[in-house]
Every structure is written in structure tokens, then in C-alpha cells.
Design a protein around this ligand. Sequence first.
Ligand code: BG6
Length: 477
Amino acid sequence: MSTFPKDFLWGGAVAAHQFEGGWQADGKGVSLADVMTSGDNQTARRITDGVLPGENYPNHEAIDFYHHFKDDVKLFAELGLKAFRTSIAWTRIFPNGDEDEPNEAGLKFYDDLFDELLKYDIEPVITLSHFEMPYHLVTEYGGWRNRKMIDFFTKFAKVVFERYQDKVKYWMTFNEINNQSAMLNDWALFTNSGLVAEPGEDIERSMYQASHYEVVASALAVQIGHAINPNFEIGAMFALGPAYAASPDPRDVMKAQRSMQVNTWYADVQCKGKYPAWLKKYFERKHYDLDITLADEDILKAGTVDYIGFSYYASHVVQAVVTEADDFTTRDEHTEIPNPTLPASDWGWMIDPIGLRYILNWLTERYDLPLFVVENGLGAFDKVEDGQIHDNYRIAYLREHIEQMAKAINIDGVNLMGYTPWGFIDLVSAGTGQMDKRYGMIYVDKNDAGEGTLKRMKKDSFTWFNQVILSNGDNLN
Ligand code: BG6
């Protein structure tokens, strides 16, 4: 038997651009997700120069929740959800991002959605920016390279905080703000900050400048939100997984520590209100001379978050490839290697439930804030057999992670608010643009080629998760 707090927020998570579709409905503008093509586990998504004819843009229709939301929310209620995490598509509210007035039709859509959720006592948990900023802000302003973005974002935040102040209590500012930090791929720089390297640009410097404007915008949003409704709980959101050292060799251990530092400095800023010492030294050493004002520093101090939301999918193993560990860069020279003690998903993500308990402990020690697992899950190929989907592999994955959360709560004393598994209804993968990389408990009939009826079907994990919620996590069988 596993014990969870009585008001634990059992739920499910999605993001607007990955499931709503309706990319031009009711005045919506073009978002970053609308100019990203489909890929697969071998081929990366491409970012096109605007929306081009003849390209396949999977987010345009996605699973068309926009036109199915009443039936879908009914199904979410049947699943037993107490919380539903989604994002507000910024481009429904400000289609280009720089308008004076918001788009009423976009605001109304979320009013209707939140009313529908509340009708079934499902608590909305809302991310303000989840990889879907207005594309116009990239083409006209250079994305988050530009300080003006702070004003555009905080205006958007204020409009939605005011509008939904009696319907939404739980908010997060930027989804996985830290996944651009390791500079591992262009995709993360684009989706987080609207950055595509220009010829001759020091893109690492731009990433730090953009990130700085984002943490300032986040801190301002926290203050604006609390002024509108002091009962708001406004969190940060990080992609987190432990970096384990490949061996007891201290060089590997040091590399693993540095990898964690690079990945989590955003948490230092958003939770403690200041930059960590190593990063200030790093900026000095690189002569970055970033636009970080004293006023910004005050804003960061005054706008720390109420809780930490995070995604957990996998852990990582880090191996040093340089002989000395005295200096390092963000584009660090280390090798990430597979963990021989763990299985991996079909997309090569290491499956490590204990890593979740580890990271829950790590976060608690470091920040001492309430935690919320707002994404977790297994991306897998599902088979439909006689109208049924027997996804016992997904049930096993989720069960093992829930068991570790129970240990973190009951043995380690971690303050955990809730658990919203990712993509509990099948949706478009952010990383690959695929439909066939499925996380859901609800199957959606659509494949990578975009074919299918969009019909929703319950997988075995649907019934299983329903029992988990009904028993408040006691029945995991
Ligand atoms: C997180 C994102 O990175 O992981 C989601 O917040 C994303 O948007 C999820 O979908 C799973 O990643 P992927 O690439 O399998 O969709």
C-alpha cells in the first residue's frame, strides 16, 4: 500500500500546440510549432521559413481537441482526473504577440474549456508558454534575444491571469525552460526562445541572454499574478533527470556535477532569486557582458516561484572525455552513454523509476519547495487488436514511477503536490512530430502519415489509471 496526501492532484498533461489543432481557428496566429515539420526517431524535425506549401506540419491539426473538447473532457472525467495540465496557446490570445488588444475569440475558447473542466471538478493546471510563442515575434523581433519580449510576455500573462483568476489556481510560467541550456540541438533553442543561429552569431551567448530575459519575465509574471490573486500558486517548470557519473573516476563525477549545474541554474534563479556563483564566473570568463541590470536582479529576488513543476522521463550517464576538469563550457565535452543497468524505450530514453525518487530528494534538499511531477511517461508504439490496446508496458512504467513517488513521500518526507502523466491522450510528439510515439491512456486513431479517423479509444492503461486515482494511489495492480 502506498500513501498519498488526501488532496493529491492526480491528473494528466498535454500542451496546446501538441493536441488542440485548429491552428488558424477563430483568429489564431502562427506559432513556432506551426512551422515545424514532422520527423521520426531517425530524422529531426525541420524548422521552415514560415508555413510552406507541400510540407507536413503535424501540429496544424494535431488531434483536433479544439473541435472535440466537450467529448474529450467527458472522457477525462471518466478517467477520474482531478487535474488537467495544459497550456494556453499564446497565439490564440495575441495572434502576432505585439497587438494592443487580445483576441476575444481565443479568450473565450479557454473560458469554455475551463468551465467544462470545472463542471467535472477537474482542476486546470496551466502553463503560460509551452514551445508555442508567436512566430511573428521571431521574425520581427528576433525572439528572446530582444528585451521587448519581456513586455509582450508579461502583457499576455496579465491578460490571462485577470481573465481566468476565478477559474485557474495553478500556473507555470515557461515549460522546460532549461532544456535549451545544454545547447544540444537547434530544436530546443527554437522552441524555448525562438533562436535560430544567424551567420557569425555566438549562439551560446544569445541563449544566455534570451534565458535571462525569460527568467526576468517569469519573475515579473509571478508578481503580477500574485497581485491579481494572492491565492494563485505559480510555479517554474524544468526538464529534470539525474546525471549519473559513468564511473567512480572523480573526473566523471565532476562532469556529472557540472552537467547538473548547467541543466539546473534556471532553478537556482527561479527558486532562490539569484544566479549561482559558477555561472557568474562563467559569464566573466567568456566576456559575455550580458544585459543583466540591477533592476533585473531585484525583480528576480522578488519573483521566486511557489512550487517546482518538472518533467521526468529518464536519467543520464555522463562520462568525461577531457583529462582535466578545471574548466568547462556549456557546450561541454562529455559523452552521454547508455546505462548498462537499465532498459531503454524505443527512442533510447533510459527507463529509471528510482531516478525519480533521487531527483525528488535532490530538489527537496536544494530548494525546499513543494514539487509537482507535471510530466512523466513512456513513448511507445501501440498496436490496436480487435479494437483493444493492451499497453501493459506503459502500465508497468507508470506503476514503477508511482511506487517511487510513494517512497519519496512516505520515507523521505518529500512534499509532492501531484502527478500528471504526459500525453495521457495520444498527441503529437514535441521532439519528433510523430503521432506514433504514443504516451496515452486514450488512443487517438491517427498515424505519422496523418491518416486516421481521430476516433478516441480506451487503452488498458485507462482502466488501470482510473483505479489508481480512485484508490488515491493505494491500488497499483
Ligand atoms: C517534454 C515536453 O520535453 O517532453 C513535451 O514538455 C514533450 O512537450 C515531452 O512532448 C515528451 O517528448 P517527446 O519528444 O517524446 O514528445
